[in-house]
Structures are given as structure tokens and as C-alpha cells.
Design a protein around this ligand. Structure first.
Ligand code: SF4
Ligand code: SF4
Ligand code: FES
Length: 921
């Protein structure tokens, strides 16, 4: 059936594609029709309220809004008839009269004024509005000046339909109609999550980013001089963005139409960019002053010269590399270790692990993947032969059932969460499983708020129902899995009735959810660190893999397994071999053939023993086995569990080199600090959680004498005796494509041209395979392995002395250890102080209240911080974000490791909470 519609547009026969409006056909064919309330952007529904796009249709008395009118066969449309052009001019003139004249416009170059120019309207014969609403500057990031509002409702659709935050609405009627935030609250006091989608959508400048404004004048201060396309430096979603630059500074950021974000951003990507201009930036190499003990770390990052002296690059590099070389030559390569960064580029990660392996001569190289999804990767490689996702998060749109477990995506992967919410609006059922209530709960069909640490009990009960009630896909199991019988026998005692007391979810609900997941046309599972950061993290993921495999909910559109990766480049850094037991592409270091391959490629003999992981390295320092470290862009003095133990280890090192943007908590222990480049100051690739390899482009030079990380790595390698001369990241990427078959068919030139390519890519013009494993797995047998899991209690159960459970994580506004976000003005204004989230009941019991001070103590230590009341936190639980140096949550966390993934139990520690000082009830 041909469902194309032939009609006439400006006297020429044209074809409309299915679903296209007249406006879309005209625009596709290069014709120009003004539009204001219609955003020609993914996710935006045409509304047809402004009439800026009117066209004439033969035989109809009234003009038609082309953005909502669909052509019919034989229809004759005139876009530029005199009556259409006259009517459109009149619309613009009326709307121009409804806002400040262009000379006083908040944004004289807004989409409205640019279209007004094109239709020939420069001012208005109509009187200005008499009672225009006053400005609202209450939000740290955005200015609201509704005297320029034309009630186009784009911001309402941006907020309600695109990002699904439901903050902005229209209130009042007729002449008084206006947009409002919540119940007509000031924006800064509303429930706005500052995604800035409304600012990006607004066609008039009624909503503007404050960072680009002269606030006193209420208008944009200046237009950007230039724009550079890049990728967000924060989370694994990998939103593409554009840096707007003026006078050598980032002015603002706008979202781009990347495959993972479709123009959307969250508060961090849009407003968290000015950390690169922060006065704390390191601009000269630093060398620890003679006689200053490594235990003296009470250093103001604004003034490191109390403990360090400035040095030239030549001296700093000689000291940095020389110290490491002396240890290598005196004690062997295994006395050294390196932490690379998931915040840098793929090229930097690749070079860093190569430097450790070939320059130090050890596999003691790791990064923060050990602290986030190491257990997920261990279970995935064991079960399905690949550590990456089987489908992108956009696959949620094709799912009938979406399971989100141990993840709070509205805070940690906010743009991914918008696509989950979009899918629910389209009819998908959402099942959220988490000990903490969260914003997604509002969109969920089931919210299973289970007992902390009892993930396996919950998941085994689901598996029990699926197998007992014969909901599994016997054909898929027979064709594509192994060890089903062992799983079936193992799972028999884990009935929902037996698990209910353990996991806290009624047996009937467990049955309903098992049926829902198994019997749906397409079910997909997303998980986060609530699953992985346990001593039984690998077991948790084994259960998720088993759920997908026994039901065949994998390898098809809308199905799959997706660990939502944390850092912007944690996937790429892991792929590039920044892990102690694997070379690039996860080839085991103990595998002789793999080793021979890399020895040949790198022309160096390699250490055949697997290296130590993040936490093991700290223990090895205490044991005197590791004496020197090179840390590039990681902050273990904040991110490690039982962080005082890690800090003590860092202070013990004979030689520590830290390469970073700021004097981080870790850099305070350094002998030499090398000032590095921030993401907007470099060109390189990063791989997001969807396996999309994306190109970030340099927008600005590093400040002062700070240098590109790639250059520093080169110099360090040469100092260690390696003959390196990488000049540009493209040269490193070219070598990576030889070292990593996963990058087959992906070239630097392609990335420059296409911006993003998903791996695996099967040919030079294949955009990449988003959904993998539809006909088997890259395991030795080609089958997925079902690995049963027992219910293992957390390493440390609450008791009389420590009766509560501490869990840690991130907040929307702050990233990881806060090094960047706490130096981004808007983000720090939004969340300025260390907080502990407690249930209202526990706060009452403690005799405290929101804003009161509490002391949280575990067997490792104690911190004091401000209490926040949170109805989503169950009684008996306390949640603390780990980004606050002044009350470092990781002073409290348990370093006990998962035996497989070697990930610590960040999500569970026995704790005591006490009120201190006066609570503000
Ligand atoms: S504030 Fe801007 S986007 Fe929102 S209705 Fe007014 S003009 Fe449209
Ligand atoms: S969702 Fe992640 S990648 Fe996207 S803007 Fe936010 S922090 Fe950046
Ligand atoms: S753009 Fe079509 S009615 Fe507004």
C-alpha cells in the first residue's frame, strides 16, 4: 500500500510522507513558512496556537495553520499567497505589540524577532500590554520575564511532554492567561529541576539563561562569537551539546540532536559548565615544598602555595616521571600503580593503561569502574560474554514493560529518565524496584520498595514464579542458554511466600510482577549502582541476566539488559583496558594469546599477572608493596570506601603524581601536581552507556600553563623511557582501532563527520548495531549462561550499636566527588551543603527536623551534616550523597568487596544517627 499523499504546494505536485504536516512537507522541500509555537524538534507536538504559519488552501474560507494541518490527496496549498502573507504579518505585528519593543527586547535576536525580520515586521501599530508581569529572577540559572511571553505554550510542552517534569502550566483565562510554575510560585521556589528545556524552547526570550545575561538590564548581554559542538562531561547518557563562547569564556550551553539526547540536557549539562573558569583551577605545575609532611593536608585549594611551590614543566615532569622510574628500577614495576580516569577521553584512557603496562611494567591500573559497575561487568561477561549493554536506553520506547532497579535515573541519568517517562506516556508499564522512593515512582505501575540489601531474595522470587508457573520461553532457553536445570532446581525453595519476609514485598505483588515481566511482548531491564555496589553485586546482576535469558527478553526491540553506566566515559575507559585484569576489549591479561597480541602491538614484554584493583591497591600501599602512584583525574581520597584508610595509604606513598584540574582531596597528598585540561579544553572521543562512540571537540585552550592530558601523558611516558610521540588524538584512535576489534569500521574521520557511531558497526556506513545478541552470545558455547545466586546477607548487619542502614549515592546537581560541580556556580547554589536524607519518622524520633544537624557514625568513622526530610526514604535508612568534602560519606562506608567484581559495599553499612545541636522543626 502506498500511503504517500500527493497534493499541490505552490502549484507544484508534491508528496507527503506518512504523518507529515503541510509545514513539514514545505520545510523538507526547502520552502520557508514562519513558525513560533511549533518547534521543529524531536519530541515536540505541534499545537497550532500562534497562527504564524498560516497558509491558504483552495476552497477553504479560512486560512489554515500549516503546522497542524495534514495534506489530503489533491489538496492545493499556497504558502505565499497575498492573503497568507498579510495574515502572517498581522500575527507578527500583534505579537510584537504584546512584548517590549525590539530596542528593549530581552533577546533582540530571538526566534520571534528573526522571523519578524523575514516577514517584514519591525514594530507594531498596536499598543503595548498595559500590565505586563514583572521579572522573576528567583532561580539561580534562569530568568523569567513574561512581558515577552506570547503564550505559545512551547515551554509547557517542553516541561510536561518532552522532559515530563510537570512544573510549568498555563493558568488564568483570556487576556490574563499566563504560564506558571507549580501553583504560580516563583520559579526558584518551584519544583523545577532546572533542565532548561523551556529556555531552549522559548522563541521570544521570555525565558533566558542568566549566565548569558546582563541581569540589571534584563537582556542578553552578548551573542556568542562562536559555537563548538561537543558532548556533556558528566554522566554516561552522553548528551551532545554546543558550547556558546565569547571573550574566551563559555557563555552558555545548548542541547544538540544527539542520538542519546535529542536536544535534551539536564541541569548539569546545561548549567554546570563554568567550573572550567573557577579561580581554583591549577594553572602551573606544583611541587610539594621541602619538609612539608604528606599528612599535612589541611590546604585551601584556593592557595596551594602554603604547601606546594610552583615549578616549570621541565622540572615538574622530571620529578614526576623520575620518582616513578626510580621506584620501578629499584623495586620492580609491581611497586607502582596508576588510576586513570573515566572523565577523560578514550584516547587518554588507552594511553594511560598502555603507559602503566609498558612503562611501569605492571597491570596495576584501574579506575572508578571498580566502584560503580565492576560487578555488572563481571556477571555480564560470565553470563553473556560481553560487559556492555545489549540495547540502548532509547529502546525503552519499544518496550511494553520497563524495569528500573537500584537506579534513580531522574537524578543520575536525567535525560535517559525523560525517555522512560515518554515511554510510559505512550503506554509502557514501568516497574521500579528500589529501597528508596524516587521521582519515577509517580510514573510507575509497580513501585517495589524492598528491604535494603535483599535484592537476590526479590529477584529469586521472580525467577521462582517464572519457572514454577512455566512463564519462561522454553524454546529460547533450549536454543540459547545453558545450565537451566541447575537454575530451576536452585530456585525451587525461593517462593514468593518464603522471600516476602526477607525482601518486604508481598508475595502476591511478586507474582504479578513476574507475570508482567515474563509475558509482555517486550521487557527491558535497567539497573544502577543500587544493584552493583554490594558484596553480592555480581549475584544481583546474575539474577537480572537469568530473568532476561529464561524469558527470552533480550536481543529484540524493546528488550535487553542495560546497566546505566555512571561517568561520561566509564564505558570507553573500560573498553580501552583501564582495568587490571583485562587488556583493551576485555582480553584477559592472563591469556597467553592476548598477551602475545599486545606485546607485538606495543613491542614490549608484558606482565603476565593480573594487577590489583582500586581498593586492593590501597591495601597494598599499607602493606608496603606499592610505593608510587600516578593518578590522572581520579579522586580516591573522596571516592574510596573507608576513605580515611585510603587517605592514609596516599600519605604513605614514597611518590605520588596527580594530574587534575584542581587541588583535589587526592592531590593534597601529591609530591607533584600536573595541571590538566578540562573536557571543553580538549578534543577526544567518549563512549556512553549506549555504546555510542562520540566526538568531543575543543572549545577553549586550557588556562595559564595547564596542558592537554595527552601531551602530559606523552611527556610522562618519555620520562619513563618510552619512545612516544603521539601528536593528536586521531593518531591514538588509529592505534586503538588496531588494538580493539570492537572499533572495527569506526574511524576518526567518520566520527568527525557523523559525531556518533555505535559499536559494533558492521561496515563503514553502518551507524552501528544498537541491539545485539538476537541469535546467540559471544561466549565459548554461543549460549548465555544461567548462574544461580544465593541470598547472602550484607557484610555488616544493623545491631544495637548501629541500628540503621547507611546508603550512599549522587544528587541531581552534583557529580561524583563534586570536584567540578561544586565549582559550578548554579549547581552549588542549588545544592550548597552536605545533607543526610532521613524519613520524617526517624527525624521526629531523633528529636530533629529538616535543617537540623545530625551525626552519622559507622564502624569506620563519623561525620556531621544537615538533615533533610524525605518521604521516599524508609524508616531505618539514611542516604548521604558522597560529593561533599566537608562531610565525606565515604568516611563511613564499608570497604568489604564483592568477591567477583571487587566492588565495595557502598550501598549498605550499619550506622547510628544522632541529632546534634538544635534541629529546626
Ligand atoms: S515563556 Fe516563552 S515558551 Fe513559554 S509560553 Fe511564553 S513565549 Fe512561549
Ligand atoms: S543527562 Fe548526563 S550527559 Fe545528559 S546533560 Fe545530564 S549529566 Fe550531561
Ligand atoms: S507555528 Fe503553526 S500555529 Fe504556531
Amino acid at each position: 500500500m502506498n500511503d504517500r499523499i500527493v497534493f499541490e504546494l505552490d502549484e507544484k505536485p508534491v508528496e507527503a510522507l506518512p504523518g507529515e504536516s503541510i509545514w513539514q512537507v514545505a520545510t523538507r522541500l526547502g520552502m520557508e513558512i514562519p513558525h513560533l509555537c511549533h518547534a521543529d524538534q524531536p519530541g515536540y507536538r505541534a499545537d497550532g496556537n500562534c497562527r504564524a504559519c498560516m497558509v491558504e488552501i483552495e476552497g477553504e474560507r479560512a486560512l489554515a495553520a500549516s503546522c497542524i494541518r495534514h495534506p489530503t490527496p489533491g489538496m492545493r496549498v499556497r504558502t505565499a499567497s497575498e492573503s497568507a502573507r498579510f495574515a502572517r504579518r498581522m500575527v507578527f505585528e500583534l505579537l510584537a505589540g504584546d512584548q517590549p519593543a525590539r530596542g528593549r527586547a530581552h533577546d533582540p535576536d530571538s526566534r520571534f524577532w528573526r522571523w519578524a525580520d523575514r516577514v517584514g515586521v519591525s514594530d507594531s501599530r498596536f499598543p503595548e500590554r498595559e500590565q505586563a508581569p514583572g521579572p522573576d529572577f528567583s532561580h539561580p540559572a534562569m530568568a523569567v520575564q513574561l512581558d515577552a511571553c506570547i503564550q505559545c505554550t512551547l515551554c509547557v510542552r517542553a516541561c510536561r511532554e518532552v522532559q515530563v517534569n510537570d512544573v510549568i502550566g498555563m493558568a488564568r483565562r483570556g487576556h490574563d492567561e499566563r504560564i506558571v510554575f507549580d501553583f504560580a510560585d516563583p520559579m526558584g521556589e518551584s519544583s523545577c529541576v532546572a533542565c532548561g528545556e523551556c529556555v531552549q524552547a522559548c522563541p521570544t526570550g521570555a525565558l533566558l539563561p542568566k549566565s548569558a545575561m546582563d541581569l540589571a538590564a534584563g537582556r542578553l548581554a552578548a551573542e556568542p562569537e562562536r559555537q563548538v559542538d561537543s558532548v556533556c562531561p558528566y554522566c554516561g547518557v552522553g548528551c551532545q551539546l554546543t558550547y556558546n563562547i565569547r571573550d574566551g569564556r563559555l557563555l552558555s550551553v545548548t542541547g544538540r540532536d544527539g542520538p542519546a539526547n535529542r536536544n535534551r540536557l539536564c541541569v548539569k549539562g546545561r548549567f554546570g559548565f563554568d567550573y572550567i573558569h573557577h579561580p581554583h583551577r591549577l594553572t602551573r605545575p606544583l611541587v610539594r615544598r621541602e619538609g612539608v609532611s604528606k599528612r599535612e593536608v589541611d590546604i585551601d585549594p584556593a592557595n596551594p602555595l602554603t604547601h606546594f611551590r610552583e615549578a616549570g614543566w621541565e622540572e615538574a615532569l622530571a620529578l614526576a616521571a623520575g620518582g616513578l622510574k626510580a621506584i620501578r628500577d629499584g623495586h620492580g614495576g609491581s611497586a607502582l600503580a596508576g588510576f586513570g580516569s573515566a572523565k577523560g577521553s578514550n584516547e587518554e584512557a588507552y594511553l594511560f593503561q598502555k603507559l602503566v603496562r609498558t612503562g611501569f611494567g605492571t597491570n596495576n591500573v584501574d579506575h572508578c569502574t571498580r566502584l560503580c559497575h565492576a560487578s555488572s561487568v563481571a556477571a555480564l561477561i560470565e553470563g553473556i560474554g560481553s560487559g556492555a549493554v545489549t540495547a540502548p536506553f532509547m529502546a525503552a520506547k519499544d518496550a511494553e514493560v520497563i524495569v528500573v532497579i537500584g537506579s534513580n535515573p531522574t537524578e543520575n541519568h536525567p535525560v535517559a529518565a525523560t525517555f522512560f517517562k515518554n515511554a510510559v506516556r505512550q503506554g509502557a508499564k514501568l516497574v521500579v524496584m528500589d529501597p528508596r522512593g524516587q521521582a519515577l515512582k509517580r510514573h510507575a505501575t509497580y513501585m517495589l520498595q524492598f528491604t535494603p540489601g535483599r535484592d537476590v531474595a526479590l529477584l529469586n522470587a521472580l525467577l521462582n514464579v517464572i519457572i514454577t508457573d512455566r512463564l519462561y520461553d522454553a524454546g529460547y532457553v533450549a536454543a540459547h542458554t545453558r545450565d537451566f536445570e541447575e537454575l530451576r532446581d536452585h530456585i525451587a525453595p525461593y517462593t514468593p511466600e518464603a522471600m516476602e519476609p526477607l525482601c518486604g514485598i508481598p508475595a502476591a505483588v511478586l507474582r504479578e510482577v513476574a507475570w508482567l515481566y515474563a509475558k509482555s511482548r517486550a521487557s527491558i531491564i535497567f539497573w544502577g549502582m543500587g544493584v552493583s555496589q554490594h558484596t553480592h553485586g555480581t549475584d544481583n546482576v546474575r539474577c537480572l541476566i537469568a530473568l532476561a535469558l529464561v524469558t527470552g527478553q533480550i536481543g529484540r526491540p524493546g528488550t535487553g539488559l542495560h546497566p546505566l553506566r555512571g561517568q561520561n566515559n566509564v564505558q570507553g575507559a573500560s573498553d580501552a583496558g583501564l582495568i587490571p585484569m583485562m587488556y583493551p576489549d576485555y582480553r584477559p591479561v592472563e591469556d597467553a594469546a592476548a598477551r602475545a597480541f599486545y606485546e607485538d602491538l606495543w613491542q614490549t614484554p608484558l606482565d603476565p599477572r593480573r594487577g590489583l584493583t582500586v581498593v586492593e591497591i590501597m591495601d597494598a600501599i599499607h602493606a608496603g608493596r606499592i610505593r608510587g602512584m600516578y593518578i590522572m583525574g581520579e579522586n580516591p581520597a573522596m571516592s574510596d570506601p573507608d576513605v580515611e584508610h585510603a587517605r592514609d595509604a596516599l600519605a604513605t606513598l614514597d611518590h605520588l603524581v596527580v594530574q587534575d584540574l584542581f587541588l583535589t582531596e587526592t592531590a593534597k597528598y601529591a609530591d607533584v601536581v600536573l595541571p590538566a585540561s578540562a573536557w571543553p579544553e580538549k578534543t577526544g572521543t567518549a563512549t556512553n552507556t549506549n555504546r555510542q562512540v562520540q566526538l568531543g571537540r575543543q572549545a577553549l585552550p586550557p588556562p595559564g600553563d595547564a596542558r592537554q592530558d595527552l601531551w602530559i601523558l606523552n611527556q610522562m611516558a618519555r620520562g619513563l623511557g618510552l619512545d612516544w610521540s603521539y601528536g593528536h588524538p586521531r593518531e591514538v584512535f588509529a592505534e586503538m582501532t588496531r588494538a580493539m576489534p570492537s572499533l572495527d569500521n569506526i574511524t576518526w574521520e567518520r566520527l568527525e563527520r557523523e559525531g556518533s557511531v555505535t559499536y559494533p558497526s558492521l561496515s563503514p556506513d553502518d551507524p552501528g548495531q544498537e541491539i545485539v545478541f538476537h541469535d546467540g552470545f559471544p561466549t565459548a558455547t554461543g549460549r548465555g549462561r544461567l548462574v544461580p545466586a544465593d541470598v547472602i546477607p550484607p557484610a555488616e548487619e544493623p545491631d544495637a550499636e548501629f541500628p540503621m542502614v547507611l546508603t550512599t549515592g549522587r544528587q541531581l546537581e552534583h557529580w561524583h566527588t563534586g570536584t567540578m560541580t561544586r565549582r559550578a556556580q548554579v549547581l552549588d547554589d542549588l545544592e550548597p551543603e552536605a545533607v543526610a536524607y532521613l524519613s520524617p519518622a526517624d527525624l521526629r524520633r531523633l528529636g530533629s527536623g529538616p535543617g537540623g544537624r545530625v551525626r552519622v557514625t559507622t564502624r569506620r568513622g563519623s561525620i556531621e551534616l544537615t538533615a533533610r526530610s524525605d518521604h521516599g526514604v524508609p524508616s531505618g535508612l539514611v542516604f548521604i550523597p558522597f560529593c561533599y568534602a566537608e562531610a565525606a560519606a565515604n568516611v563511613l562506608t564499608n570497604p568489604k568487596l564483592d568477591p567477583f567484581g571487587k566492588i565495595p559495599e557502598f550501598k549498605f553499612a550499619a550506622a547510628r544517627v544522632e541529632a546534634v545541636g538544635e534541629g529546626r522543626q
